[in-house]
Design a protein around this ligand. Sequence first.
Ligand code: ZN
Length: 411
Amino acid sequence: MTRAPSQTIIHAGTLLADAAQGPKRSQSILVKSGKIAALSDGFVSPPEGAQLVDLKDKFVLPGLIDCHVHLTGQFGPGYRLRVVEESDVKRGLNGAYHANLTLKAGFTTVRDVGALGHPDTIFALRAAVAEGKVPGPRILCVGTILSPTGGHGQTYGYRQDVCACVQSASGTCDGVDDCRRAVRRQVSFGADAIKFVATGGVLSNIKAGIDQQFTDDEIRTIIETAHGLGRRVAAHAHGADGINAALRNGVDSIEHGSFLDDESIKLFLSRKAYHVPTIIAGVTALEMAKSSPDMTPAQAEKAFMVGTKIKEALARSHKAGVTIAFGTDMGVGPHGQNAREFAFMVEAGMTPAAAIKAATVNAAALLDIAGEAGTIATGKSADIIAVDGNPLDDVRTLERVKFVMACGAVA
Ligand SMILES: [Zn+2]
């Protein structure tokens, strides 16, 4: 990433400054010291000494936001061996590589919802990107996923002492006191938000299903403790029992939501919770379960259960008026291909405009960064991307981002 010049003027052929509103033709954006200083109609000539970025033949929109990634990992061939070969330091460097791919794909903010190994790996990456030393999107992170003993998000299927040294023990908690301590511990390490497993999940190598894992008491304690410390809470949840227990107790977002039911929809709407679907994760896991020897029988069984259910869940939640925030679970699928999720969202019944709003305005609100990201507006961070064609007509144009600016610097 090159350091930002002090002033830049962008000439945008078409500008979608706010996905909740329509686009405008022939607009100028003045960027000063990494922030948006002014928006004007027409193509304003650059002030003395300012750099001109000519995007007159492009469609310009706010940098995209992915609320659900795992930057330090990449599932796929050889994964089971890499998990026990790689040090946390190597994982951190892998994370830097994935962060760069993600930024180049037009994602200027991500929320990392769980890193293997010591949580410092992701906290260090967050800091290095923020300091401009490593190219990547703005990173918000949860540190280690909170999970009960035997729950999703931990390492299984190796010698127990090997499992213990692969994962961080700081996320394992049982009973309300321990859950309270686990939340406080991630916050003390530097977590921006808290993520817990309300239900089982696909890629943990254990035959434990996809139903509720933490008890209602534990879930309530995790959410109350996190909220008391000013942290939003994300619940990984597939089965309806766990989705509803998390929603009843005030969770901010349901990640995946595969088997949400009528009760879930009522709770989403009454609690104003977000649905972060991650359709591409279910699709990718299903493809691997069908064709790849890299998935264990325990993983494959659950991949067949979840498969395309997430898309059906999104169709239902979106139709009912639930607020959707964009997420991909990249790390399951390939980092840098995050924008492939948009086409799945449109297949589930969202308009391209609604899908883009989920990845900008709604995602910024869920991540509590609406004051600095999510729209192109005066005073916000200069997180700006551009594509050829019109993503409001064909959302797949977002899979081929041609220009990325993050915090005023061209990536
Ligand atoms: Zn995930």
